[in-house]
Design a protein around this ligand. Structure first.
Ligand SMILES: *Cc1c(COP(=O)(O)O)cnc(C)c1O
Length: 387
């Protein structure tokens, strides 16, 4: 292990503060390190492995496609990409899908759509995108500009211009920005993930939607983390009774392979034309075949099960010793602990549970199909680590 760490330090860019653990195998919500120690995975690769590690049906779909064709350019038709777009539209009522390879790329597409929509309807000066303070939208220079957290911006100026940030839950502040700027769109997460697992209120999101409709600016929901069953509905916006114009997603949709998507509603579907946007890998048939397997198993019974597991986690933790509060939605959980989150994480790891953090909270994003008894075992270990 120390040898692997030394090689990583020598050759891999120094952007991650990794834990000194090498994961070599796993199944479902259990993973094993090089020494054979078992961990319960409560992070699922930051909400990516929706059905856990080495999921049989997903693997079958992926390998079957690998046996056919692993990649063609977007100059030709491939079935998995079409099937996935069709499934996404059927399940959401959205009209068209653009595929990329990551959350940041999905958001880049959304931002381009909003700007072109506004430029054609109102003029190119209507280019401002409003996002929220404490949001996270990605690491490219444009999605960093969208991200409403100054500390990500500092060393990378100048970022893409045309982004302003409104404090969440303050509808007057949003109205003021709409008055002061020529706005193309509003981009936000229903549950701020990296920002501390904070679910927005229904009243606020419905008020935001009303402003977007009134002003004819695109309402774009970043479902990169909240999407694909994570909150107990297929997409988080479905908990809020709103109809966004654009939905972006990535992380959990691919089940472990890189895949991002921008779902375009009625207002947005015809905005992009030939040559306006593209991606070499976007819509890759292997990634899409895996995603079709993931998405087609997320039926009503599956989502009800996610909500039931969510209730169990919230009920078990909310009054537990050493826990100040529990936030989030579905199986996207933030735990404000009395001890520093890093300390709780370390104890959990020693005791065989892998968790994440978000700001000053312990964050849980388990696989959505985590068996109840393994979930209960993990929650018990987390509770003990909080004391
Ligand atoms: C992770 C995340 C992103 C960025 O996704 P990448 O795939 O890392 O580019 C964007 N938005 C939200 C809400 C995220 O959680």
């Amino acid at each position: 292990m120390s040898e692997l760490i030394a090689r990583d330090k020598a050759y891999v860019a120094n952007t991650y503060n990794r834990f000194p653990v090498e994961i070599v195998s796993g199944k479902g919500s259990e993973v094993f390190d090089a020494a054979g120690k078992r961990y319960i995975d409560m992070g699922s690769g930051i909400g990516v492995t929706s059905f856990g590690i080495s999921d049989d049906a997903w693997k079958q779909a992926v390998t079957a496609q690998l046996d056919r064709v692993q990649h063609m350019s977007n100059l030709y038709y491939t079935e998995p990409c079409v099937r996935l777009a069709e499934l996404l539209c059927e399940r959401t009522g959205m009209k068209k899908v653009f595929f990329g390879n990551s959350g940041a790329e999905a958001n880049e597409c959304a931002i381009k759509v909003a700007r072109k929509y506004a430029a054609e309807k109102k003029g190119p000066e209507y280019s401002t995108i409003i996002t929220l303070v404490n949001s996270f939208h990605g690491r490219t220079l444009t999605t960093l500009a969208a991200t409403g957290q100054e500390h990500y911006h500092e060393l990378f100026q100048p970022l893409t211009p045309g982004f302003v940030h409104a404090p969440a839950e303050d509808i007057e502040a949003l109205e003021a920005l709409v008055r002061e700027h020529r706005v193309a769109g509003i981009l936000l997460e229903c549950v701020q993930g990296e920002g501390g697992v904070i679910a927005l209120s229904k009243e606020y999101l419905q008020a935001v939607e009303a402003i977007a409709k009134r002003e004819d600016i695109l309402l774009m929901i970043d479902e990169v983390q909240t999407g694909n069953g994570r909150t107990g509905e297929l997409y988080a916006y479905m908990n809020y009774g709103i109809s966004p114009d654009v939905v972006t997603t990535a992380k959990g949709i691919g089940g472990g392979l890189p895949l991002g998507a921008a779902l375009l509603g009625e207002k947005a579907e015809a905005v992009l034309g030939f040559g306006d946007h593209g991606s070499t890998f976007g819509g890759n048939p292997v990634a899409c075949a895996g995603a079709v397997s993931i998405l087609s198993r997320m039926d009503d019974a599956f989502l009800a099960d996610v909500r039931e597991k969510s209730r169990f986690v919230f009920d078990s933790l909310k009054n537990a010793e050493g826990v100040e509060s529990v936030s989030g939605l579905g199986l996207m959980v933030g735990i404000k602990t009395k001890k520093p989150a890093a300390e709780v994480l370390k104890t959990c790891m020693e005791n065989g549970v892998l968790c994440l953090t978000a700001k000053d909270k312990v964050r849980l994003l388990p696989a959505l199909n985590i068996p109840m008894e393994i979930l209960a075992e993990a929650v018990e270990i987390i509770k003990r680590a909080c004391v």
